[in-house]
Design a protein around this ligand. Structure first.
Ligand code: XMP
Length: 517
């Protein structure tokens, strides 16, 4: 699809936790790359036709019985190769050098002394030590023939090595992590310099190539898209709308547990501004009737998931025959299913959320399969999606239902919606909305005593949940200014009827989770 996929880098994965970051840094240098397991065959590597290959780190020792390796032929393809940590040891092992078991693991920061300011290091300031991040047990004892030391640290006499003619490099540290500040420049020097790729992977090019590709492949086809108002499904819908216009039908289901103003915002934007063929289904009663009396969190999730599928299928049936279901699968989900998980682990297949495609027997169109989340946001900006959607915080499918402890009723939804709107407003006003991972209100299942004028009150408690995170796997409560908390608290108590107390959630994940249910 277009030229942007012509010059690409292959990242072969040996199971490191930071392999995804390698791909991120390469993409940031505006070069397309893909991650594949190290078990990829030589024929497949040739087919992929990479301009360069990066061998990732990995948890194994090259001496382990079941140590993962690569086909030695990948070093003879005539394209530059960079081995990172375990990847460097694999290169050493394959080319006749010697890897020694380290006496102890070297883990943490080190200062890199660069011997030769060329190749990987050509963009770095000369004569300045470079902080780098180490995490390895084994180390290089003897380099393969023809290699020279490019850089060293106190503990690693061969912290970086290279073979000038073959353009094969190895680094013992991790250039892909944030703790190696010069790492992005090293990876950029490799892909743009040694591999000779042009920096053409831009989201404008991606959007153009995707739209023109769909114009051909989806000509005359009908596509259905579930729009949630989140950034992923919005970008999917816009790309398809640009390509096939009225042959795309987007369906937005109001499940009754959305935030304040969400339905009108989404409908207004996609229908009126973008002129999209959008069906808004008011299914609030259906969802809320089924949620009546339900307090168990898993039961709430189950009911909302099933009801969504039912409502969506009923709408799809009204539309008539469709060929494809559009889905906002992102690259991290794809990597999850192809990454190298070690010799004993089976490779997991990708499960689509909700099971809709299987049930509806539809083929999938997944325009974001190659994109990381921040790339998806950039495509959104290119397509003219407003910042209010592009930089939206994640919002769970079961919506406000899992932020209301206990029963979900219309009055309790109204209370939470009003409080939540104040939290969003104040976070944006303080310019912190996009700096934190999520910020929202939770309605506690208790009432407490308060005093208003001369009156005793007995009313609801709102909790504030504001967290920092990079991937939602772990999180910590955000240290936002007291003044901001004070403003949120006094506004919620004064403006939201039935609330007389506001508390702050100061738990990290783990052991708590981000959402309360
Ligand atoms: P937890 O509460 O598990 O949440 O720490 C991690 C992240 O996932 C979001 N989340 C969901 N997203 N459907 C979704 O689409 C869900 O059922 C769901 N539950 C939690 C949550 O908002 C946080 O960003």
């Amino acid at each position: 699809m277009g030229d942007i996929y012509q010059e690409k880098i292959l990242v072969l994965d040996f199971g490191s936790q930071t392999t995804q970051l390698i791909a991120r840094r390469v993409r940031e240098a505006r070069v397309y790359c893909e991650i594949h397991p190290c078990t990829m065959s030589l024929a497949e590597v040739r087919d992929f036709n990479p301009r360069g290959i990066i061998l990732s780190g990995g948890p194994a020792s090259v001496y382990a019985d079941d140590a993962p390796g690569v086909d030695p032929g990948v070093l003879d393809l005539g394209v530059p190769v960079l081995g990172i940590c375990y990847g460097m040891q694999v290169i050493t092992h394959l080319l006749g050098g010697r890897v020694a078991r380290g006496e102890k693991r070297e883990y943490g920061p080190a200062n890199l002394e660069i011997k030769h300011h060329r190749g990987l290091f050509r963009e770095l300031e000369p004569d300045q030590p470079q902080p780098v991040w180490m995490s390895h047990g084994d180390r290089i004892e003897k380099m393969p023939e023809g290699f020279e030391v490019l850089a060293l640290t106190d503990n690693s006499p061969v912290a970086a090595m290279g073979h000038g003619q073959r353009r094969v490099y190895g680094v013992q540290f991790h250039p892909e992590v944030a703790h190696t500040p010069g790492g992005a420049a090293m990876l950029a020097a490799f892909v743009l310099g040694d591999c000779g790729c042009s920096p053409s992977w831009t989201m404008r090019n991606f959007a153009e190539a995707t739209v023109s590709g769909f114009k051909e492949t989806l000509a005359g086809k009908k596509v259905l898209c579930a729009l949630s108002g989140g950034v992923d499904s919005s970008v999917v819908a816009l790309l398809l709308h640009k390509a096939i216009g009225p042959n795309l039908t987007s369906v937005f289901v109001d499940n009754g547990v959305l935030r304040a103003g969400e339905v009108s915002e989404v409908a207004g934007l996609f229908r009126e501004v973008f002129g999209m063929n959008l069906v808004v289904v008011d299914a609030a009663d259906q969802f809320l009737d089924r949620l009546a009396g339900v307090t168990d969190p898993e039961e709430k999730r189950r009911i909302i998931g099933h009801t969504f599928i039912e409502v969506f299928e009923a709408e799809a049936a009204k539309i008539g025959a469709v060929d494809y279901l559009a889905q906002g699968t992102l690259y991290p989900d794809v990597i999850e299913s192809v990454s190298f998980k070690g010799p004993s682990a089976t490779i997991k297949s990708h499960h689509n959320v909700g099971g809709l495609p299987e049930r509806m027997k539809l083929k999938l169109v997944e325009p974001l399969r190659e994109l990381f989340k921040d790339e998806c946001r950039e495509v959104g900006r290119e397509l003219g999606l407003p910042e209010s959607i592009v930089s939206r915080q994640p919002f769970p499918g079961p919506g406000l239902a899992i932020r209301i402890m206990g029963e979900v009723t219309r009055p309790r939804l109204a209370t939470l919606r009003a409080a939540d709107a104040i939290v969003q407003e104040e976070m944006r006003a303080a310019e912190l909305y996009t700096k934190v991972w999520q910020s929202f209100a939770v309605l506690a299942p208790v009432k407490t005593v308060g005093v208003m004028g001369d009156e005793r009150t007995y009313e609801d408690v709102i909790a504030l949940r504001i967290v920092d995170s990079v991937d939602a796997m772990t999180a910590d409560w955000s240290r936002v200014p007291y003044e901001l908390l004070a403003r949120m608290s006094s506004r919620i108590i004064n403006e939201v009827a039935g609330v007389n107390r506001v508390v702050l959630d100061i738990s990290s994940k783990p052991p708590a989770t981000i959402e309360w249910e």
